[in-house]
Ligand binder design. Structure first.
Ligand code: BG6
Length: 505
């Protein structure tokens, strides 16, 4: 591209297109690749955001040729893409698709992959640049990373970048995540490692920073002087699908509390970054993650649950222990709720209640700031019975937007005050639909922009929060809750112990 002298290089509003490159996906036959990665690649192509010289490489054990792989990719993209289907876009992309067959411990297969990358320089002009996406079980990371090291595939050299994308969970506790981080760092340079937490790719999550730091309205009250408590909810109506093998070992706390929810907490609580750059945002988030305190009384303030059979949307659904591949005596949690503190001047004394669960009544993720009650109400008590706390709710998904809840006079001749809400809905204010999280994040990897990727220290600080919870829970039986209900009673009791209640989103 010819540089435009009139354009400020910091102006990022114009579409940024990556340099020529290849994207190599390990585990291309998996669910994530099919439902998220391949559709995201298509959507990027459809939006004209992939470089002209681009190649997509799939690596898996399956005995496929390029054509079969292209066909599977087409089906996946067609079924799950966000943007309209355009055959001509696909045809062009399909010409850039290559499949390499092999298992992760097969030296020949990796030699073949390295050779294919070299060939693509000639045929597709990828300039030697490549991003490797590890969409594989973490137990396979060491083997694959060592293969990449052995073949020299991982080496960035002047004029050629090599990057790796690591999917969560990054380890299963602090020691194993340290080990994994050390391993990744011994193969790739620190700026070449992209740890994916797809919640950071969500438009509404990024809007949290705009809401807080682009306005004057909210920041003055965004602290413990005005905020009574914060509730962060990530509820899912789905069960564990076909992921029993993964989920049995993982559970809700390791699966999403350690990453998505703690990242949401960090963005909610952090100070304003000096500038909107990877380094500065990560620095501020890290300070918060390090300032998190876990409850002393875990019995009351750290609750885990497991769903039993029940009803959801008019359908009878199985209990967790009856799911295929799950141990009938499993102690794995499908629900977790915890009260955390953030020990900083801004937040000391404000509880952050986090909860997540599967088979809850609906899919909803939100961050709610619940404000303190007015110190005095100059109305008769009966007139304010239906006045709750003011609340600011960032609706991450679905119905992306922001809601402000406050009291208002009920029309009539008496001074009755009741809660009302004011809504900002993305769908109403903007005509352009939000990109999918993976679309944004894949593009950022190819551009080398690490702003939305947690760094090593953040991951480790998050494990330091989770480890004591896991230690407390080890060997205990999770509280049962019926599928279709808002989690176990113990989670309600946790808030009731402090005179509060969960929001019913
Ligand atoms: C993943 C978890 O990280 O996030 C899944 O492993 C969960 O268990 C998923 O279902 C939810 O993502 P989203 O974007 O649908 O909220």
């Amino acid at each position: 591209m010819i540089p435009n002298p009139l354009r400020d290089p910091r102006d990022r509003r114009l579409p940024r297109v990556p340099e020529p490159c290849a994207l190599v996906v390990f585990g291309i036959t998996g669910d994530l690749a099919r439902k998220k990665l391949l559709p995201a690649v298509y959507d990027l192509a459809n939006r004209g955001l992939l470089p002209t010289n681009f190649a997509l490489l799939g690596f898996a054990r399956r005995d496929w040729g390029d054509t079969e792989f292209a066909e599977l990719s087409r089906e996946a993209a067609r079924q799950y893409a966000r943007t309209p289907w355009r055959e001509e876009v696909w045809e062009q992309l399909a010409a850039d698709i290559t499949f390499v067959q092999g298992s992760f411990d097969d030296d020949n297969a990796f030699d073949q992959l390295a050779a294919t990358l070299d060939e693509l320089e000639g045929t597709h002009g990828i300039g030697g640049n490549a991003a490797f996406y590890l969409s594989i079980p973490p137990s396979m990371f060491p083997t694959v990373l060592k293969q990449m090291q052995r073949t020299g595939m991982a080496e960035s050299t002047p004029g050629r970048w090599r990057r790796v994308v690591v999917e969560k969970p990054f380890g299963e506790d602090l020691p194993s995540s340290r080990e994994l981080n050390a391993l990744v760092d011994s193969v790739f340079g620190p700026d070449d490692v992209f740890r994916i937490d797809h919640y950071l790719g969500k438009e509404t999550v990024q809007n949290l920073l705009a809401l807080r730091f682009a306005n004057t309205l909210f920041e003055p009250i965004w602290n413990g002087n005005h905020v009574d408590s914060v509730q962060i909810t990530m509820a899912e109506d789905v069960g564990i699908g076909g992921r029993a093998q993964f989920y049995e070992k993982t559970g809700a706390a390791r699966d999403v509390l350690q990453n998505h929810l703690l990242q949401l907490l960090a963005l909610t609580a952090m100070e304003e970054p000096v500038e909107f750059s990877a380094e500065e945002i990560r620095t501020e988030k890290l300070k918060i993650l390090r300032a998190i305190s876990v409850p002393e009384d875990m019995e009351t303030f750290a609750v885990r649950g497991q769903y039993e059979q029940g009803w959801l949307a008019g359908e009878r659904v199985k209990g967790y222990r009856q799911e295929e591949g799950v141990d009938p005596a499993s102690l794995t949690e499908t629900y977790a709720a915890v009260r955390l503190g953030v020990e900083t001047r801004r937040w000391a004394g404000v509880p952050f209640y986090l909860r997540t669960g599967k088979r809850l009544p609906r899919r909803v993720t939100e961050i709610a700031l619940v404000f303190k009650r007015a110190p005095h109400l100059p109305f008769a008590e009966t007139d304010t019975e239906e006045l709750g706390n003011n609340q600011l709710v960032v609706r991450v998904q679905p119905d992306e937007g922001v809601t402000l809840k406050f009291g208002s006079k009920v029309p009539g001749s008496v001074m009755e005050v009741r809660d009302v809400s004011m809504d900002f809905l993305y769908g109403e204010q903007f005509t352009e639909a939000s990109p999918e999280a993976y679309e944004r994040l894949l593009l950022d990897v190819l551009l080398g922009d690490a702003t939305l990727f947690p760094r090593n220290a953040e991951v480790e600080a998050s494990w330091a929060v989770i480890d004591p919870l896991e230690e407390f829970w080890a060997g205990t039986t999770p509280h049962p809750y019926r599928a279709g209900e808002w989690g176990p009673r113990a989670a309600d009791e946790m808030l009731a112990a402090e005179g509060r209640r969960w929001r019913r989103p």
